[in-house]
Design a protein around this ligand. Structure first.
Ligand SMILES: NC(=O)c1ccc[n+]([C@@H]2O[C@H](COP(=O)([O-])OP(=O)(O)OC[C@H]3O[C@@H](n4cnc5c(N)ncnc54)[C@H](OP(=O)(O)O)[C@@H]3O)[C@@H](O)[C@H]2O)c1
Length: 324
């Protein structure tokens, strides 16, 4: 089969398309003919050996797929021929065939294409975990998201209102990304430059209830400043590179919280959680209450460019590689 593989930890440019044997089926594993696979920021980090998960070299890039089941264990909730989305968590996705445990495979609603489906699980389930579980989003609250035109960002824009928010404010670095944020459902969009003052003005000085932050870096203290009383700042990632520090007097003085949100870690330590999440998210997708992602597509031959687009900050929305 063809696959996008990393054999040297030299960044996205080192991703190459190779011919390798199909992965072997195993008991409890589902064999999937992959039509499309999602790319996310951890894939960038993994091409440099900088992510917490460090597979042995060489490894196949990517953590999520959409495709058709070729073979499933007897009695499983899915069967041969089903259209599915699945996590491979992490690696082994950008390949023509993937094998992954049954509990990581979900039937895709008919109204969602396989290409869009490849962009759902990793980001939407992270955002669902962040807002529902860690952020305790309550009906009518205001959510702000940094990096709003990125993968996690557009997921937040697509999902927050369906999960109860009354307003979703997008923070983005360029006008082009502002248009992407609006197209994904942002109620308001502000540019990174001067974002705090703009948000204070938009909220009449009150601030926001939740900040979902996949970016980190030097805007972190301002994110705390942007919180309303009892607000929650969700630490999701550090695409800006720098890991911020918190002066905890700011938390005390404003009665606010900074909360870590590591979805993968939660999934690994809470058996059955993925199934619970899908039971809540799938009906929202099927009913159109959450719109599917509108991914930017790359053919497998351009897998290196797909991963590089997240590295060089040109990616908008979800990036998906097509295999069939
Ligand atoms: N905690 C979890 O469970 C979890 C799960 C999944 C992903 N993540 C993390 O979430 C973060 C976002 O992932 P993603 O897939 O959404 O990434 P993405 O699509 O590349 O979006 C990230 C956004 O970060 C902003 N950014 C600011 N400085 C940047 C820089 N120096 N380089 C690149 N982007 C920069 C960009 O927005 P602007 O240009 O508008 O600033 C970009 O759109 C990553 O750190 C990832 O590891 C965490």
């Amino acid at each position: 089969m063809r696959a996008a593989q990393v054999s040297k930890l030299e960044g996205p440019e080192a991703v190459e398309v190779v011919e390798i044997p199909e992965p072997a089926a195993y008991p409890g594993g589902v064999v999937i003919d992959v039509h499309a696979a999602g790319v996310a920021f951890p894939d960038v980090l993994m091409t440099r050996g900088l992510y917490q998960i460090k597979p042995e070299l060489p490894f196949v890039v990517g953590g999520e797929v959409a495709g058709i089941v070729r073979e499933a264990p007897e009695g499983a909730h899915i069967t041969a021929g089903d259209r599915v989305v699945a996590l491979t968590m992490l690696g082994n996705a950008l390949a023509e065939v993937a094998v992954t445990p049954t509990q990581m495979v979900f039937r895709l609603p008919d109204n969602v294409s396989l290409q869009a489906g490849a962009g759902i699980l990793f980001n939407d389930l992270t955002v669902h975990f962040c807002l529902r579980n860690r952020g305790r989003l309550a009906a009518g609250e205001t959510v702000l998201v940094h990096g709003a035109a990125g993968g996690i960002g557009t997921s937040t824009l697509r999902m927050a209102v369906a999960l109860g928010a009354s307003r979703v404010i997008a923070v983005v670095s360029t006008e082009e990304k502002a248009a992407v944020a609006r197209a994904n459902g942002a109620t308001d969009v502000v540019l990174t430059d001067g974002w705090l003052a703009a948000v204070k003005e938009l909220t009449g000085g009150r601030g926001v209830d939740i900040v979902l932050d996949p970016v980190g870096g030097d805007r972190f203290t301002d994110s705390i400043r942007s919180l309303a009383p009892a607000g929650r700042l969700l630490v999701v990632g550090f695409t800006a590179g720098e890991i911020p520090t918190v002066k905890v007097n700011r938390l005390l003085l404003k009665n606010v919280e900074v909360i870590g949100a590591a979805w993968g870690e939660w999934v690994m330590t809470h058996p059955g959680y993925l199934t619970e999440q899908w039971a809540e998210v799938e009906p929202l997708l099927a009913s159109g209450k959450i719109t599917p992602p509108k991914p930017v597509l790359y053919p497998l031959e351009r897998a290196a460019d797909a991963v590089a687009s997240l590295d060089n900050r040109t990616a908008t929305g979800k990036v998906v590689v097509t295999l069939r």
